[in-house]
Design a protein around this ligand. Structure first.
Ligand code: GDP
Length: 196
């Protein structure tokens, strides 16, 4: 499978420090606390692989994992921390926008959102930066286990309507790291990016 047994390669302070753009790259982004680290750990099959310092205001690192097929999984710093100084926030926004819009080997973006509040303003901003590249976005609506079946169905269809407004290459699914559900669907969706 796609992500299983990916190995940690390097942590870098900014996109400039990433490995040369020779292999395809898949970026993971999301609001802090949305469940990104848990989702990566679940997909890769390790515990605490994507552990990063969560101290607000500290420099957040980009973690690079190397997948078995040679592609890179790039774990971008979470956004939306409450007490990050405005200046740092703006700098990070610029770096992220630059990376998302200019990285030639970036195949697609995996956007992690809490199923209870998808498409917050900052999520929309990420989509707003990335969708114009014409590359695909796959959204994992995490912590789906916190919703009833009925709520899940409702959330998914509402988020699909929202996604269709934001771009035409945005796909979505429910995901739970706790229950380990949605893994096959995620691998299938993201795997198609690397097949071409
Ligand atoms: P990150 O900041 O986006 O990397 O978020 P984390 O992966 O650290 O998760 C934030 C919090 O949500 C932690 O307390 C996790 O245990 C919890 N969490 C993450 N994924 C799930 C999930 O699928 N289900 C439930 N119930 N909790 C989750």
């Amino acid at each position: 499978s796609l992500f299983r047994h990916a190995e940690f390669e390097i942590s870098v302070a900014s996109p400039a420090g990433l490995p040369p753009p020779f292999a395809p790259e898949i970026a993971f982004a999301g609001r802090s606390n949305a469940g990104k680290s848990s989702a990566i750990n679940t997909l890769v099959g390790h515990t605490r692989l994507a552990f990063v310092s969560k101290t607000p205001g500290r420099t957040q690192l980009i973690n690079v994992f190397r997948m078995k097929n040679g592609a890179a999984l790039v774990d971008l710093p979470g956004y939306g921390y409450a007490d990050v100084p405005e200046k740092v926030r703006r700098q990070w926004g610029e770096l992220l926008e630059n990376y998302l819009t200019r990285r030639p080997n970036l195949s697609g973006l995996v956007l992690i959102m809490d199923a209870r509040r998808p498409f917050t303003p900052l999520d929309r901003q990420m989509v707003g930066w990335f969708a114009p590249t014409g590359k695909p976005i796959h959204c994992l609506l995490t912590k789906a286990d916190k919703l009833t079946r009925q709520e899940q169905a409702k959330t998914l269809s509402a988020a699909k309507v929202e996604a269709a407004r934001l771009g035409d290459k945005i796909t979505l699914q429910l995901f739970s790291s706790l229950k380990k559900t949605g893994m096959d669907e995620a691998e299938a969706a993201i795997g198609t990016w690397l097949d071409q």
